[in-house]
Design a protein around this ligand. Structure first.
Ligand SMILES: [Zn+2]
Ligand SMILES: [Zn+2]
Length: 369
């Protein structure tokens, strides 16, 4: 098969700038990189692109190619020597150090668990035990994956590195392609006699119980970190952590914002006008408050220290009680009579001094008509 023109390969024209060449190369190398590409013949195309780039990106080689074509380029003997063709590109796209030693100790994964709490449970805290499915080290083989009395062997194909190099000769020398070893799946070890309990994995799924101490005052969305209760480490590494995320159910009438608790308290028109002493529920029990005569709807009373404790131990929130004056909707004829009578008494003006300026302005406006 004859070689394609390098400019055609990079899909650029003959007077493309160095910048154009770089751009075209990056685009195509990404498209055809054999480790990520799903294109047909990606590996072949990738090599073709790389080769075209090696030549056209070098001013001297490019000039020779322009003058002599492929034959000229090869007979001039440029290129040559060994280079690791894919490693540098891999680093360019995926960051260096992407391939790590499969035998190095690694920390286990962190786990997350959502714990549902009632409103009061979050305020007062509690000791509880949660049960979660979790990977644990296999008791039979103690994590090695090998049948008791045997051990995993070092993979002879990759000598325990977990990587295999495939080499290919190109006009520019040997191209080395590194890939995960498929004999050992990149672990560097071969288990001949697998542990039957875990089927050679070294870990088993278990329903595990963990004690959790919920601090008083915890709020919706906050999380508790339990060190070392995540998944087990690999190759003797430390285990991960468990994060318990708290989800607090809303309350029927309490509403919480930070450490303060809010509640709305309905009172009658008569209680608001005449004043009264009423009982208010709090999470700490009932508290009685004095409603002064002439209380308006929306007025808020503060009950110091009747909120939630601060989760970090900085004191205690308040409860805020907002009163709502309820207009009666069902009146007996006797009640209606009394209210009509009340409404006609001049001395007991229904609107207080504070508000009557607005009321008077309304009256004036209508008189002016
Ligand atoms: Zn096992
Ligand atoms: Zn191997």
């Amino acid at each position: 098969m004859s070689k394609r023109d390098y400019y055609d390969v990079l899909e650029i024209d003959r007077n493309a700038s160095k910048d154009d060449i770089k751009k075209a190369y990056r685009k195509l190398a990404r498209k055809y990189h054999p480790d990520v590409s799903k294109e047909e013949n990606a590996e072949e195309k990738f090599k073709e692109v790389k080769e075209a780039y090696e030549i056209l990106n070098d001013d001297q080689k490019r000039a020779q190619y322009d003058q002599f074509g492929h034959a000229g380029a090869q007979s001039q003997g440029f290129g040559g020597g060994d280079f690791s063709g894919f490693g540098d590109i891999f680093d360019m796209f995926f960051g260096g150090g992407a391939r790590r030693d499969p035998n190095a100790p690694r920390q286990g994964n962190d786990l997350q668990y959502t714990l549902h709490l009632k409103f009061e449970e979050a305020i007062f805290g509690k000791e509880t035990e949660i049960s979660l499915p979790k990977e644990e080290e296999c008791d039979t083989c103690h994590g090695s994956g090998a049948k008791p009395g045997t051990r995993p062997e070092t993979c002879s194909h990759c000598n325990g590195s977990g990587q295999l190099n495939t080499e290919q000769n190109t006009p520019f020398g040997r191209v080395v392609n590194r890939r995960a070893c498929h004999y050992c799946q990149g672990t560097g070890k071969i288990i001949k006699d697998k542990c039957t309990t875990c089927d050679g994995v070294g870990r088993v799924n278990k329903q595990t119980k963990v004690k959790v101490s919920i601090p008083a005052g915890i709020d919706d969305g906050q999380q508790i970190r339990i060190g070392g209760k995540g998944e087990p480490g690999i190759n003797g590494g430390p285990p991960g952590d468990l994060f318990v995320v708290v989800q607090v159910a809303p309350h029927e009438f309490f509403h919480r914002e930070g450490d303060h608790i809010y509640v709305e308290m309905p009172i009658t028109f008569a209680q608001a006008a005449l004043g009264d002493e009423v009982e208010v529920p709090t999470v700490h029990g009932k508290v009685s408050i004095k409603i002064p005569a002439g209380t308006q709807t929306g007025k808020t009373f503060r009950l110091r220290g009747k909120g939630a404790p601060n989760v970090r131990g900085y004191g205690q929130g308040d409860q805020r009680v907002k009163v709502r004056v309820v207009t009666p909707t069902k009146l007996t004829s006797r009640q209606k009579e009394l209210l009509r009578e009340f409404n006609q008494t001049e001395d007991n003006a229904p609107i207080s001094e504070d508000d009557d300026s607005l009321f008077k302005r309304f009256k004036k406006a209508f008189k002016g008509d």
